[in-house]
Design a protein around this ligand. Sequence first.
Ligand code: SAJ
Length: 401
Amino acid sequence: MKACFMGLGYIGLPTAIIAAKHGVDVVGVDINAKVVEKTNQGILHIIEPGMEEMLQEVIALGKFKAYTSPQESDAYFMVVPTPFKGDHEPDVSYVEAATRAVLPLLKEGDLYVIESTSPVGTTELMANIIFTERPELKDKIYIAYCPERVLPGNVIYELVHNDRVIGGLNPESTEKAIEFYSQFVQGQLHKTNSRTAEMCKLTENSSRDVQIAFANELSLICDKAGINVWELINLANKHPRVNILQPGCGVGGHCIAVDPYFITADYPAESRIIAMARDINNYKSFWCAEKVKSTMLEFEMKNHRKPVVAMMGLAFKPNIDDLRESPSKSIVGRVMMMCNNSDILIVEPNVTEHKQFKLTEYNDAYNQADIVVMLTAHDQFKTLPYDESKVILDFCGIYKK
Ligand code: SAJ
């Protein structure tokens, strides 16, 4: 069987490589010629432990080759980004472009799958495009939606072991997609229809966003009430049926902070908690920046000099070097803008240099600072002592124990 993966990003490339490793003849397609060139040289352009060795292995076996345009195959997978445009409206133009690119190659019996996180109804929309352009294929090809759920950094394990939801346009399509994924997925493959599968992906990430918003809301209440939120959550979680997540300085990354908008854009009247959770998590970053600013002013009034401030962490979550869509980074940017002649030291131990920010080593920054702002709960920061002579704003629970 030959499979063509449209999009060689954080999900498409690992999935293509793992499929190749399990015996599928894989064509990897990306519109970026540099990505294609690098990939064919066995160089991984994304960060994912163990994946580069596997890429080199499948290239050597002749099971994987990357191209800038699709090649005739038996199955086609759309694994391209679905960002949002304007006022948080989902943008499916990449999925449509990838679909239009494979359209001329489709033949009777082929499988077409969308993996990209998509608004409800996208699979039906793409099926319409396919059958409008190629009416002779109606009921002759298999069309399904199959979202991924992997955690970056643990992709090799999770792509194989996580359960997946597979939703076909009809039961025959679901079966055909299950047949494909069974070649490398050991987790259970759960059958449904395409609309439910689309909504399932959005639900998983919205659920997490809502739960984090609850924790963030508690952190705001506790700040006003003079209660340690970390102790509070720890105690509340001793209840056998309560499991509250952790507050932080907002929600970042490409999934949790984005996917809920795919629901709120299409169902604005119904999705009130989901929309509110987005607002609360966005507000938390703004609140953190304001808190830093007011703490700096208080320090200056008390000490008659400007404080040295250490901003600890830029990544969007602990122990990674991914700074994209990071609330910590946006807080740092905001504080720098509001207090531009202050002495602000920026720390990100997982990155060696940054084009916008001058970085300082974390021990040095901590030692020099009057105000320490804990933004991302990296393990390195947990080794720093709690120095009571400093003002410490612990937004991410470094000292919660
Ligand atoms: N966060 C908190 N408090 C918490 C947990 C997380 O503030 O208690 C913050 C993090 O700091 C980060 C953001 O939420 O800024 C998102 O982090 P995450 O670890 O929840 O999620 P991602 O974006 O790394 O990966 C998620 C995963 N989804 C879920 O856990 C529901 C992953 O399984 C999905 O495959 C991925 O999104 C995706 O592609 O959708």
